[in-house]
Write a protein of this length. Structure first.
Length: 538
């Protein structure tokens, strides 16, 4: 036993699992002491189980078992001192012994008068016990009583072995605890790093968004003038070659306008029109819009939708735009066909709706993955996209207080994951004023009666083009370069319609509009600003 005790520390290195260590403790003692039954067990109070390693006879295999501790026994174990715990463990093992492969032997050993109990303790805290029933002498005659307990010297050696085993177990348990804490710290560090990266990404997108909004305003006004002039010339020019050139100008102006529209959608996305929304229906509508393209691309769509999902508070149109963008991305990534898997379900216990778009396309390189939600970042060829689709998706999902992330493996495909809150989304505050009810196009009847129009805009070129275009339609047009001049015109004449820019020097459009609502509440007003956006009305 003494030699075995000396070998114990060497036989139980760290790292090692507690279960493996317990098995080694039983194995070494089995080699040193002849026994009828040898058993080691550890109490796992947190999990309310007893982990056992037991061996019948010196030649038998070591058996493993995990026995549940009934709740009332677990509570009592916390309150008892180490010396008082055996009776409770005995109760548990006697009740559960029949369920073990060696149930009869265990039950008999626990009731044996020759059972040696060796506590495994660390600093007075019980870890478990070693139960040893010595092997009876081989020469004992039938009916002869069993010999008494082991000698005091042998018992001392066995207790020394148990103390050494407890120290080894304590070291292994401490190492396990440190490993778990290290893993938890690493997990928290990764989470903090991820949160910091998301914060940096949001700040960067916000900065680019402000820049984009300003650029869009500066581009919209001259673009409107170019487009209007081209339309005027197209009505006058008869030469086919010249008409074709003007048509190219108009087509490219429309293309620029689309880019600006996307840019504004990213930079200043519309306030979500929050209403109860069934996301399954949103996805189905998006797939219906792209049904033809999906068939042509040779892509199979697999839908894995959880049944009976609740409604969420969301803007269905904006979510549909996200689904369209992600589906189009998947089609472009699978030019030779493939499978698009769309998953929809609940993420428990976070209480969020989870949407996944997973394709089997070319994938995204690791170096590109952190930048895919940046505006104007694209790996596509020139002319295939300007890199705003995913930025707009990110902006829309953020406005819904959700998250969108991407994971990818080059050559195997990409998965976009969206998480949306199930409830509690505040209803977006929207403009519900006289303006929203009265903004409308000039009717054919008014055009026929040669109505009068006031154009209020600080862009001289745009004012001139509008005046020329409207005059050709038979309207009487007056021009004002800002809100102050507009008020002066309104004080001298009555108009059928006013075309109004919002951003102007001296008196801005919204201030003029407020005055008009009081003095001429029935006059329609059409806002034509390059920054026309719902937020500008608030």
């Amino acid at each position: 036993v003494m030699a075995t005790t000396c070998r114990l520390q060497e036989a139980l290195p760290v790292p090692m699992s507690v279960g493996k260590a317990l098995e080694k403790i039983v194995e070494l003692l089995s080699e040193a002491v002849p026994h009828r039954l040898l058993m080691g067990f550890l109490l796992h109070k947190r999990e309310s189980v007893i982990e056992c390693r037991l061996k019948v006879g010196t030649q038998g295999p070591i058996e493993s078992a995990v026995l549940p501790l009934e709740p009332e026994l677990s509570e009592k174990l916390e309150q008892l001192k180490s010396g008082e715990q055996l009776s409770l463990v005995e109760q548990a093992m006697l009740r559960l012994g029949d369920g073990l492969a060696l149930g009869a032997e265990v039950t008999e050993a626990l009731r044996s008068a020759r059972l040696v109990i060796l506590p495994l303790e660390s600093g007075g805290v019980p870890l478990g016990q070693i139960l040893l029933e010595p092997q009876p002498p081989s020469g004992r005659h039938l009916g002869e009583p069993l010999p008494g307990p082991l000698s005091p010297e042998t018992l001392d050696l066995l207790r020394g072995y148990a103390r050494a085993a407890a120290l080894a177990l304590e070291r292994i348990l401490l190492f396990e605890t440190l490993e778990q804490q290290a893993e938890e710290l690493a997990r928290m560090a990764r989470k903090a790093q991820s949160a910091q990266a998301q914060l940096y990404q949001s700040d960067r997108l916000a900065s680019v968004g402000r820049l984009a909004a300003g650029a869009a305003h500066e581009i919209n006004n001259p673009l409107a003038a170019i487009s209007a002039q081209a339309q005027l010339l197209l009505r006058r020019v008869k030469e086919e070659k010249d008409r074709q050139s003007l048509q190219v100008i108009l087509e490219q102006s429309t293309r620029i306008s689309k880019i600006i529209s996307d840019l504004m959608g990213f930079a200043r996305p519309a306030e979500p029109k929050i209403e109860p929304t069934l996301v399954k229906g949103v996805i189905e509508r998006a797939l219906g819009v792209l049904e033809g393209r999906i068939k042509v691309a040779g892509v199979q769509v697999r839908k894995e939708f959880q049944a009976d999902l609740p409604l969420i508070s969301a803007d269905a149109k904006q979510l549909e735009q996200v689904c369209l963008n992600l589906t189009m991305n998947a089609l472009q990534a699978m030019k030779s066909g493939g499978t698009l898997t769309i998953r929809l379900g609940l993420e428990e216990p976070a209480g969020r709706l989870r949407i996944e778009f997973s394709d089997t396309g070319v994938g995204i390189e690791p170096k590109d993955l952190p930048s895919i939600f940046d505006p104007f970042y694209t790996t596509k060829k020139e002319g295939e996209g300007m890199g705003l689709g995913l930025a707009i998706c990110h902006s829309i999902i953020e406005s819904h207080r959700g998250q969108i992330t991407a994971s990818s493996e080059p050559g195997r495909g990409t998965t976009f994951t969206i998480l949306l809150p199930l409830g509690g989304a505040s209803e977006a505050r929207r403009l519900q004023s006289d303006l929203s009810r009265q903004l409308r196009s000039v009717s054919e009847e008014r055009r026929a009666s040669a109505g009068s129009i006031l154009v209020v805009d600080d862009e001289e070129t745009l004012r001139t083009v509008l005046a020329e275009s409207l005059s050709l339609e038979g309207f009487s047009v007056d021009l004002a370069s800002d809100g102050t001049e507009g008020l002066d015109c309104l004080s001298r004449a009555a108009y059928d319609v006013m075309l109004l820019d919002l951003r102007m020097p001296r008196l801005e459009g919204m201030e003029l509009l407020s005055t008009v609502r009081r003095t001429a509440p029935r006059m329609p007003v059409i806002v034509i600003s390059g920054l026309a956006h719902e937020r500008d009305f608030k």
